[in-house]
Design a protein around this ligand. Structure first.
Ligand SMILES: *Cc1c(COP(=O)(O)O)cnc(C)c1O
Length: 389
């Protein structure tokens, strides 16, 4: 049997592979400290679950409009206005099976062979793969700690060619946890408008911020940039709803129409009763979001202090999300070697930076309890001391 060529062009997710190995070790009774999670460790808040249960009991179990329940689209349009300063109508918003699906729909609707998509590295694993599946060319722009792992306006300008169609912006960032400032976003917006390209803003971590950092939606900075922006977001991270598969995409009527045509021929509507949970998430009290954020904030303090006390590692302070992205280059190990040896020798699971296009780093998630953080950091310290001789 000959599989389609596009399969050989994409790599299976390395993040899932390490997490799977750690899980298998745990199942064998091995005491593994896992920092590989890309999801909050909290249960979904009760009022959100209750709303979905109620919808289920009321028989909201049929096909719905492929673009989402009208009530949810309206609630999303209000949210985008209030939280993000974006002037969308309900018709500019579609509900998807998660933030990942939002991006996939968008890229399939927009990108074709010959199109270039600018992706700053370190990047979220799926961005380049999605572009490749669509037949486009991912243009990776490397960043380092000197700019806080953020692409500068100058770097963006230099990467644009006549084939550039789209720029992918992710703030707060997975894997680095970095948050772009207002000035940085303004400068990037200027480049996007000057070059007349599009930007997709992945804002999935917008609610998880620390030390007074502010989330800026690039599309809120003026009419010209608004017209060139598509927003991708979802409920997974902020509301701890990863398994619900609920996301949304917002943009011009033309783009939303095209993306919904793609969705209409693939998944159709998102699980109908789950969408009622999403309405409750948006319209209910936001205390649950703040409680989770405060728990993350405490863990972040502890982990960062422990990490930076390990000779041979250095880690800038992240302002958002729930990841640390320390530099391991002083150990002279490449990221995959580092992670395999760490898992074997000290039973600690972290993700190799190579998965995000950054081979001198590892990603450590602090979406786990404090006891695991303390124990895991002890083990990591022992490991780094051993490999550094
Ligand atoms: C988790 C994540 C998403 C989307 O996740 P879904 O579960 O599909 O909603 C999108 N972008 C980034 C950067 C993420 O980390």
């Amino acid at each position: 049997m000959k599989l389609a060529g596009r399969v050989s062009q994409v790599k299976p997710s390395l993040t899932l592979a390490i997490a799977a190995k750690a899980k298998a070790m745990k199942a064998d009774g091995i005491d593994v400290c896992s920092f590989s999670a890309g999801e909050p460790d909290f249960d979904t808040p009760a009022h959100i679950k209750a709303a979905a249960k109620k919808a289920l009991d009321e028989g909201k179990t049929k096909y719905g409009p492929e673009v989402g329940e009208p009530k949810l689209r309206e609630a999303l349009a209000r949210k985008l206005k209030t939280d993000n300063g974006l002037n969308y109508k309900a018709e500019n918003v579609m509900v998807t099976n998660g933030g990942k699906h939002s991006l996939f729909n968008l890229i399939l609707a927009l990108i074709e062979p010959g199109d270039e998509v600018i992706i700053p590295a370190p990047y979220w694993v799926s961005y380049p793969e999605m572009v490749t599946i669509a037949g486009g060319t991912p243009v990776i722009v490397n960043t380092d700690s000197s700019t806080g792992y953020k692409i500068t306006a100058e770097q963006l300008r230099k990467s644009i060619t006549p084939h550039t169609k789209l720029f992918v912006l992710n703030s707060p960032s997975n894997p680095t946890g970095m948050v772009y400032t207002l000035d940085e976003i303004k400068a990037l917006a200027e480049v996007v408008v000057d070059a007349d390209i599009l930007v997709v803003s992945d804002e999935i971590y917008e609610k998880i911020l620390y030390d007074g950092a502010k989330h800026i939606s690039i599309g809120s900075l003026g009419e010209e940039i608004f017209a060139r922006t598509i927003v991708s977001n979802g409920f997974a991270k902020g509301y701890s709803m990863t398994g619900w598969r609920l996301g949304y995409l917002a943009g011009s009527t033309e783009i939303i129409k095209a993306a919904s045509t793609i969705q209409g021929h693939s998944t159709s509507n998102v699980c109908t009763f789950a969408q009622y949970g999403a309405i409750a998430a948006l319209e209910g009290l936001q205390d649950c979001v703040e409680e989770m954020r405060l728990a993350f904030a405490k863990r972040r303090e502890v982990m960062l202090e422990r990490l930076n006390a390990i000779p041979g590692l250095s880690c800038p302070k992240p302002d958002g999300a729930f990841y640390m992205f320390p530099d391991i280059s002083k150990t002279k190990l490449k990221s995959l070697e580092f992670c395999s040896a760490l898992l074997e020798q000290q039973q600690v699971a972290v993700i190799p930076g190579i998965a995000f296009g950054a081979d001198d780093n590892i990603r450590i998630s602090y979406a786990t309890d404090m006891a695991t953080i303390e124990k895991g950091m002890d083990r990591l310290e022992k490991f780094v001391r051993t490999v550094s001789g």
